[in-house]
Design a protein around this ligand. Sequence first.
Ligand SMILES: Nc1ncnc2c1ncn2[C@@H]1O[C@H](COP(=O)(O)OP(=O)(O)OP(=O)(O)O)[C@@H](O)[C@H]1O
Ligand SMILES: [Mg+2]
Length: 287
Amino acid sequence: MVMPTIVIKNVSFNYSSPAKRPALDNVSVRIAAGSFVGIVGHTGSGKSTLASLIDGLGRPTSGQIQVGDVTVTAQSSPADLARLRQHVGYVFQFPEQQLFAETVGQDIAFGPTNLGWSPERVQAAVSDALKLVDLPATFADRSPFALSGGQMRRVAIAGVLAMRPAILILDEPTAGLDAAATHRLLANIAKLHAAGTTILLITHQMDQVAEYADQVVVMNQGHLVKSAPPREIFADPAFLAANHLNVPAAVGMAHRLRDAGVSVDPALSIDALADQLAAKLGGKHGE
Ligand SMILES: Nc1ncnc2c1ncn2[C@@H]1O[C@H](COP(=O)(O)OP(=O)(O)OP(=O)(O)O)[C@@H](O)[C@H]1O
Ligand SMILES: [Mg+2]
């Protein structure tokens, strides 16, 4: 698999002109191949707009987007945008709304078929994609509309994974899912990341970002305010409040423990915090 780096240089984007304010205003960021990036920010801050430009769904009004050996600017042709899309899979918000085929298998096959793959390769891609989202092979013959909400979401994600994108963008993938489905989906995303896929996760759930991301991009009103590791982003409550971001549960709990005189290191997940407390209390953990 190609492992493309994403370099965004001075990108601005207006949906309409003259715009009230640009949806993206002079955004620059570098995302190394293989990263797990959380893209966060208040509603309307430009997260989905940024994602759509990385997926080549539009051209920047100014600046440039580079993904591997493909560079897109305001002057780029539709063919350039298509080359960008070859590297990227974009799971839209509520992707299950876009399911359309009679069977799960046909739905997942749609993207790979459009890439011109042979029927054998498409079939293999469909069964691999079902495995990646933890659905049994027998689901291929079922109607997508007879599934639960969480299963429909997984089928829709499988449709993107079947095309084997080097970069996977997920726009609020756990919105509307219950705790169990959320946990399962994040575990699958983490598995894809471990296998080398670059993950861009757009979410309002700071717990997810704290636990999984190695880079956090904070957007506010079209500006990229900060790009840094989660430990740095979540260490500053005033910064979080100014950017309408919640404090992750583990970070908040660590603060309260320290306020109460229990010295713990800053933790980014509840599991990590529990391990620390267990070690302090002399439990069996780690023996
Ligand atoms: N299709 C569109 N036409 C015109 N303006 C748009 C369009 N989509 C988004 N915008 C505007 O662009 C700005 C950025 O929107 P965007 O959807 O990228 O934000 P977001 O961070 O994804 O928000 P949310 O968390 O609500 O999904 C907002 O001011 C929004 O109103
Ligand atoms: Mg959005």
